[in-house]
Every structure is written in C-alpha cells, then in structure tokens.
Write a protein that binds this ligand. Sequence first.
Ligand code: NDP
Length: 333
Amino acid sequence: NRVYRLAKRPEGTPDHDTFELSEEEIPDPGPGEVLIKTLYLSVDPYMRDRMRDSESYADPWDVGDALKGAVVGEVVESNGARFDEGDVVTGELEWAEYATAPGPVLTEVNPELAPISTALGVLGMPGLTAYFGTREVAQPAAGDTFVVTGAAGAVGSVAGQLAKLQGARVVGFAGSDEKVSFLEDDLGFDAGINYKTTDDYRAALDEAAPDGVDAYFDNVGGPITDAVFTRLNTDARVAVCGQISLYNSEEVPMGPRKLTQVIQSRATVEGLLVSDFEPRFEEATKQLGQWVASGDISYRETVTEGIENAPDAFLGLFEGENIGKQLVQVAER
Ligand code: NDP
C-alpha cells in the first residue's frame, strides 16, 4: 500500500522533497469501519496551507503525517459498517492506495447518476464552493457584470457558468490562451482575459467589462484583485474565496491600501468558507446534478494517472497546468 506522507514543511513553493512515498501494510478495518480502494484522489490548493505550521481553517499536518484529501473509492471490505463491498463512496481519506474509515464519515456515490469522479469536482466541494459563493455571496443579477479569477479552474469554471445562468455578463481571468478559448467557446463566458500576456489589468477590464464590475468572485488575489477593486460599481459584492497567488509566499506583499473605491461603491467584501453551507450541500448537489445532466453546466477534468504522480498534480495547480478539476486516478474500478 503506497501512502504519501509530509516529508518536510516547504518554504515557499513546495517541490518533490515535500512528499515521501512510503510502502506500508494494507490496514485492517476495525469494527464499524470499511477498507476502501482509492479510485480518484483530489489535489486542492488549500492543501498548501495544511503544510504550514500556522493557524488556518484547516488543521496543519505534522511532518510524517499521511496527506489527506477528498477521495472517491470502492469499498473492498466492510466490518459491520453500513456499506457493502463494491459500493462507491467519497470522504476525506489518506493519499494512499488503500485506507480505512468509519462508515459515518463516508458518503455514498451513485455511479448511475454521473461519472464518479464528479464527486470530487463539479458535484463535490469545488462545485459547492462555486454554487454558494456565486448565489449566496457574489449574487450576480441579470444584467450585472460578474468577474471571476482562476476562471478555468474547478471552482471558477462553475462559478462563471452559474453567473451566466443568472443572466449576468461574465468575464474570467485565466493563465493561457487555451484557457481563454475554453471560457469563451466551451463555457459561454462573454470575455476571457489571459493575465499572463496582459500587463494592464485595468485596461483589459475596461474593454471586457465596460460597465464596471457588480459582482467579483476572487480565487487568486494579488494584483488582479487590486485592479478589479478599482472597477467596482455601486453596491458591488465581492466573494473572497481563494488567494492562490499568495499561497506560496513567505512574505505576503502589501495589498491594496487605497480602498477608496470600496468606500465610493459601498461594496460588500465577504469571505466565503464552503463548509459553512454544509446543511445545504444535499440540496445544492442535487441542483448542480440537474444542471450538469441538462447541459446547462459543463465541466472539464484534468486526470493524472498513478498515485506516484500525485505530487506533480498538486504542484501543477500553482503552475496552472490544469483545466477544470485536477484529479489523480489511482486505480480502475
Ligand atoms: P483550480 O482548479 O482553480 O486550480 C488552481 C488554478 O489557480 C490554476 O489552474 C491556475 O490557473 C491558478 N493560479 C495558480 N497560481 C496563480 C497565480 N499566481 N495567479 C493567478 N492564478 C493562479 O483550483 P480550485 O478551483 O480547487 O480552487 C480555486 C481557489 O478557490 C483556490 O484559491 C482555493 O484555495 C479556493 N477554494 C476556496 C474554498 C473556500 O471554501 N473558501 C473551497 C475551495 C477552493 P491559471 O492558469 O489561470 O493561472
């Protein structure tokens, strides 16, 4: 059983020395537990924070700990848990080929409803983040201009489509021309901005969002966010979801000091934590599932094969190598 553990705390950008692949015994499920064969595991930007020894919304890992994240797997043995062999489940499990878990921490995944990998993407935590961040926090109305950063990623790609469904004009920032085409041609965004080939974000916004910004869904922070803030309209809503451009910084550069546009626009800037919406996950997943089935929402996945490549998949998030949800396929069902 190959298991990834935290080899050391990274300084700045993590690299392969951050991870240790150890060969271990397949664990036995205790009473009320199941043994799960990992099929897909999710790599997520917030995991960078868990590698740091500091207070955060997710507890830090200690050096030597197994890395953990959302997994979709198949039950191969049940020791009195409410699942049977062959059931597909999802939960927070180790980055390992096999893991045990108590039944109550797992959720069943119905392979008849959608491909099982979607439980980690559009129908999992990223999709739910997009759903609540857009509909409850940024709240784009028909005719509004909605801007999203990290737009071609797991959360951003869904957020932009949800804003489109609300009737907004949707503008996305992403890091390549291929991603901009994906936004405009495949997802129906009104405009995409390649921030890596654009120096002047304000000028790019003036062109893509000529009426200013009414709702902003921020996944990346940094200079793009500074620019968007200068274009906020009266009563704009800002959903602060992620700040990935800063996750690897040991010294975070000073943010926007001149918040006069926030005063002038009376904008509401609100932090978003998806777990706060847990009581409504079931309802939101059902709604997202219907939109995926009807084609109102499309999704993309970037699938890396083999548990040994999980570190590369994780590190690739900070290089923008993924389009849509980044997954690691560990085994076939
Ligand atoms: P993504 O699938 O969006 O992957 C990360 C993307 O971020 C990359 O593809 C890359 O795309 C972009 N990126 C990386 N570095 C930078 C940079 N320096 N500047 C601008 N863009 C960069 O990840 P997720 O959809 O899973 O997560 C998106 C954000 O949402 C993250 O910040 C994450 O932490 C946050 N999040 C927050 C949650 C909450 O409850 N608050 C829950 C889930 C996620 P590109 O090519 O465009 O650079």
